[in-house]
Write a protein that binds this ligand. Structure first.
Ligand code: ZN
Ligand code: ZN
Length: 277
């Protein structure tokens, strides 16, 4: 495929809530949410969990970077890679940081500044030497950060709010909807409308339906609810994401087998995986 039309997503962090390194999670990965999305020559990053640190290392030597970074929300597991993202510290690089869940009470710059504040963290936000622009929008808006790259957005069902994204490029689509809790009695029409007919849906499938009863109201969904949503919205490839930290590789293998039987073609996200719509 010509570079001009390259459209791909690489998973650098697939875990929810907290990073869980160790032998038991070595195959699916222990880092928290972070995706690298290539839209032709444009590089998008979705969330800044601990997976952002190795992504930053992989970008070294690529020359001047000009990147858009979209946050679903600002819970720890989606932001705590940011202070360890080396390209942010380098003069000459440019970053546009986007969030749709904070207006009107907060701004993204304020919230990230609160995270990087002594004595919680030794250096403040101002330590970044790259050019950083902060963009606060309202979930539901459509964004066109670069020519040919369109992101439709929708509010998700999560404590303190979160934003779902649909990235459209070169006639294809990748959707990223985490963290969100399904409704017991109906589909979430915000998400159905956002992901309708999408090529790829990456979805918060933190739990199984059996486990879910214990975690009602925590703001996360199940792989079965994601499959129902994908069927209703006509999604092509459904990707199970935001794995619970207690789910080791053996557990995720079982989820993969069960989900593939329930909806053939279903993918369980793991670190290093690259998908093209
Ligand atoms: Zn999360
Ligand atoms: Zn969250």
């Amino acid at each position: 495929m010509a570079e001009a039309e390259e459209f791909s997503v690489r998973f650098w962090g697939v875990r929810g809530s907290i990073a869980v390194p160790g032998l038991g999670t070595a195959r699916y990965g222990g880092n928290t949410s972070c995706l690298e999305v290539h839209c032709g020559k444009h590089l998008l990053i979705m969330d800044a969990g601990t997976g952002l640190r190795p992504l930053g290392a992989s970008l070294a030597g690529n020359g001047k970077l000009d990147i858009d970074l979209f946050f679903t929300h600002t819970h720890f597991d989606h932001v705590n890679g940011l202070p360890f993202f080396v390209p942010m510290f380098m003069k000459g690089n440019s970053f546009h940081l986007w969030a749709g869940h904070l207006k009107p009470q907060y701004t993204l710059k304020y919230v990230l500044g609160e995270m990087m504040l002594a004595p919680l963290f030794p250096v403040p936000l101002e330590v970044f030497q790259s050019t950083v622009c902060y963009h606060d929008f309202a979930a539901g808006e459509t964004l066109t950060p670069r020519p040919g790259v369109t992101l439709r957005t929708a509010p998700l069902n999560h404590p303190n709010n979160a934003t779902g994204y649909r990235i459209d490029f070169a006639g294809k689509s990748i959707c990223y909807c985490t963290d969100t809790e399904h409704f017991p009695d109906r589909l979430d029409q915000n998400i159905v409308n956002l992901v309708r007919g999408a090529d790829i849906l990456i979805y918060d499938a933190c739990y199984t339906d059996e486990e879910y009863a214990k975690f009602k109201g925590w703001g996360h969904s199940t792989w079965q609810a994601g499959a129902r949503l994908s069927d209703a919205a006509g999604v092509k490839t459904y990707v199970i994401f935001h794995h619970d930290p207690s789910h080791d590789d053996a557990f995720m293998d079982k989820v993969a087998t069960d989900a593939a039987a329930a909806r053939p073609g279903t993918v369980v996200a793991r670190e290093g995986l690259i998908l093209r719509p």
